[in-house]
Design a binder for this molecule. Structure first.
Ligand code: SAM
Length: 275
């Protein structure tokens, strides 16, 4: 059979040969478009000598594309049913598959210069992106996510989609939109359009204070609530909050998603959360 691994016919054949059906709860939407695979690998910087981390190799199509460009790949996969499939599709390539839940992986131990390249399981996208950002060894993450998430990553304070993910992304680095990906590029087709984005993390400058990251997380947790309300939920006293907001010239009913990070930092300092 000469059809490429990612062709719809081969993907169906592979699944049938191993008696598998894609599992929706694991976010199993497999890529079946060679152009998209190549552009993710390319944008992600897959090249000889690079250490790449992939979450969810699935049938191994993206893994193959990345490894065949000479990168060393570590791939984390939770679905043990895929063992025989990956043994077949990744044979002869420099890939280390780690079986288990990606949420249990120790990202802090990754070597400096690690690049994440992945078609992420959509139900844990936000959690995974936060893990990548907080891992000092990870310098970039080129990921396929729901288009709505891509918009959230790039949103600025005051914009509709602005929230915790937008804020942490700007704290750790920057985001670039690579391309949109239509539903038809996957089997089975998901309900929504997706996008490839590349996040770059600047590890040369001082990294964000974890206490501030968690402050921002809590401040932005409940959208459409006032910042004051969210700070109350964090356990800060009403008088301290009013004094802090007033001293910074912020309205008492300002919403957290309308305050730029510099303003949130000033509030955190005024409340004694960070120095
Ligand atoms: N990379 C493949 C592709 O592009 O065709 C599959 C991508 S699919 C969107 C997501 C993959 O993540 C699936 O293989 C799924 O089994 C795996 N996965 C889901 N939850 C996971 C978890 N908690 N830890 C590790 N892998 C997970």
């Amino acid at each position: 059979d000469t059809a490429p691994l990612y062709s719809p016919a081969r993907v169906r054949e592979l699944l049938a040969a191993h008696g598998l059906k894609p599992t929706k709860s694991l976010g199993q939407n497999f890529l079946i478009d060679g152009n998209i695979l190549r552009s993710i690998a390319e944008a992600g910087g897959a090249a000889p000598g690079e250490n790449v981390l992939e979450i969810g190799p699935g049938l191994g199509v993206l893994t193959r594309e990345v490894a065949s460009r000479g990168a060393r790949v570590t791939a984390l996969e939770k679905d043990e049913r895929l063992r025989p499939v990956l043994a077949e599709t990744l044979a002869g390539l420099d890939v280390n598959v780690v079986w288990g839940d990606a949420l249990d992986f120790d990202y802090a131990a990754l070597p400096a210069g690690t690049r994440v390249i992945a078609n992420l399981p959509y139900y844990i996208t936000g959690l995974l992106l936060t893990r990548f950002m907080q891992a000092p060894g990870v310098v970039s993450a080129t990921v396929l996510v729901q288009k709505e998430v891509a918009q959230r990553l790039a949103a600025k304070p005051g914009q509709d989609n602005y929230g915790f993910l937008s804020a942490v992304t700007s704290l750790y680095g920057s985001v670039k939109h690579v391309r949109d990906v239509p539903k038809g590029a996957f089997f089975p087709a998901p309900d929504v359009t997706s996008s490839v984005v590349r996040l770059d993390f600047d590890r040369t400058r001082a990294q964000p204070d974890p206490a501030f990251v968690s402050f921002v997380d809590n401040a932005l947790r409940y959208r459409r609530k006032t910042l004051r309300n969210n700070l109350r939920m964090m356990g800060h006293g009403g008088e301290a909050i009013d004094a802090a907001l007033a001293s910074l010239g912020l309205r008492p009913d300002v919403r957290a998603e309308d305050v730029p990070l510099s303003g949130l930092r000033a509030v955190a300092v005024a409340l004694g959360v960070v120095r």
